[in-house]
Design a protein around this ligand. Structure first.
Ligand SMILES: [Zn+2]
Length: 340
C-alpha cells in the first residue's frame, strides 16, 4: 500500500488512542479560575492513577454501575479494560439488568456508608449467582483512603464522566488523519500529531468553561517552537523555524492588541494560545498565518451569528474564542502543509 495511506491510518490510530485521554483531563481542567483543578468524579470519588490521576479514561470505578442519565455517557467507551468482559451489555444504562459476576460481599461501603448507601446500586443489583468472577477484576481500581467510597465489584463497568470519550477519540483521530494526509512523510508531521491532543483538550476546556489554562497554552507555545526547532534540523522538512518564531510573536502581539482594545471581547488566555498557534502557522509562512487567523475569525463569527439567530445569545453574549482560533489554525495548517 501507499506510504501515505499507512501514515494516515497510523495517525488516525494515534489520534483515537490519544483522544481517549482527553475527556478526563478536560473534566479536571474545566473549573473557574478561582477554583483548583477537579480531583474528584462528579460523585466525589478521588481520581487516582498515572501522573497524579491526570492520565486515564474518564471513568470512575467507584461509581461503576450507577445510572447516569445526563448524556447517556455510562455506556462503555472504546478501550474498555479487558477485565470488564461483557460489560457492554452489563451497563446498558439499566441497573436492574446488571449482572454481577463477583461476590457481592466484596462491595464494602466504608465510613458514613448508609447515606451514600449505594444509591441505587445494591438493592437493584441482580446476581448471576455464583462466584465465577474471581477477584482479578476490580481490585486494582479500588479507591483507597476515600471515605464513603464504594469498592468496585468485579464485573461492573466504571461509569463515565466529563465529555464524551467516543466523540473526542473520533474527533482527535480525524484531525490527526487529516494532517497526516496533507503533510505526508515529512518530519513536521510528528509535531502536528503530538500537539493535536493538546489542541483538542484546550478547545474542549474553553468551550466548557470559557477558559484557556496557562498550564496548557504556554506549554503549547513552548513545545511548538522547541519541536519545530528540532524538525528544522531534520532533512526533508518543509517549513522555516524563523517564520514560526515570528509568527508566534506576530499572532501573540496581534491578539494582545485586540485584548487591550477590548478586554471583554477576548481573554488573555486567547493571547497566550495565539503564541503557540502563530508558531505552528508561521512554520509554513506568512500567508498561512493570515489564512489560519482569518479562518478563526470566520468560524467564531459564524458561530456567534448562529447563536444570535437561534436566539441563544444577545449581541453582548461572550463566546469562547479559543475553539475557533484552534479550528482556524487547523485549517491554515492543512492548507499550508498541503501547499508546502
Ligand atoms: Zn465516582
Amino acid at each position: 500500500m501507499d506510504l501515505d495511506v499507512w501514515l494516515t491510518g497510523g495517525a488516525a490510530l494515534w489520534g483515537a488512542a490519544a483522544g481517549l485521554l482527553v475527556p478526563r483531563a478536560a473534566y479536571r481542567f474545566s473549573v473557574r479560575p478561582e477554583e483548583t483543578w477537579r480531583d474528584r468524579c462528579p460523585e466525589g470519588h478521588l481520581i487516582t492513577g498515572i501522573a497524579g490521576g491526570w492520565l486515564g479514561l474518564a471513568r470512575c470505578a467507584a461509581c461503576g454501575g450507577s445510572v447516569r442519565t445526563s448524556s447517556g455517557s455510562s455506556r462503555t467507551s472504546p478501550g474498555a479494560p479487558p477485565e470488564d468482559g461483557d460489560a457492554g451489555e452489563a451497563v446498558s444504562g439499566n441497573a436492574g439488568r446488571q449482572t454481577v459476576s463477583g461476590d457481592a460481599g466484596r462491595q464494602t461501603v466504608s465510613g458514613d456508608a448508609g447515606r451514600q448507601a449505594v444509591s441505587g446500586n445494591a438493592g437493584r443489583q441482580a446476581m448471576s449467582g455464583g462466584v465465577e468472577g474471581g477477584p482479578s477484576g476490580g481490585e486494582g481500581r479500588a479507591v483507597s483512603g476515600d471515605a464513603g467510597c464504594v469498592v468496585p465489584t468485579p464485573g461492573r463497568a466504571p461509569a463515565s464522566y466529563g465529555p464524551s470519550t467516543p466523540l473526542l477519540s473520533l474527533t482527535t483521530a480525524l484531525v490527526c488523519a487529516g494532517l497526516a494526509f496533507v503533510t505526508g512523510a515529512r518530519p513536521e508531521l510528528g509535531v502536528w500529531l503530538l500537539l493535536v491532543p493538546l489542541g483538542v483538550l484546550l478547545a474542549v476546556v474553553d468551550f466548557t468553561v470559557q477558559r484557556l489554562p496557562d498550564v496548557l497554552t504556554l506549554p503549547l507555545a513552548g513545545a511548538a517552537l522547541a519541536l519545530l526547532g528540532v524538525v528544522a534540523a531534520v532533512p526533508e522538512h518543509a517549513g522555516d523555524w524563523l517564520t514560526a518564531l515570528f509568527g508566534a510573536l506576530a499572532l501573540g502581539g496581534g491578539y494582545f492588541v485586540l485584548f487591550l482594545v477590548n478586554p471583554n471581547g477576548m481573554g488573555f488566555g486567547d493571547v497566550k494560545l495565539a503564541l503557540g498557534l502563530g508558531a505552528l502557522l508561521g512554520w509554513y509562512g506568512w500567508s498561512v498565518v493570515f489564512l489560519g487567523t482569518f479562518a478563526g475569525f470566520l468560524f467564531g463569527g459564524l458561530y456567534g451569528m448562529g447563536l444570535v439567530v437561534v436566539r441563544r445569545a444577545g449581541r453582548k453574549t461572550s463566546i469562547p474564542f479559543g475553539p475557533f482560533l484552534i479550528a482556524g489554525a487547523y485549517v491554515g495548517l492543512l492548507i499550508g502543509a498541503y501547499a508546502a
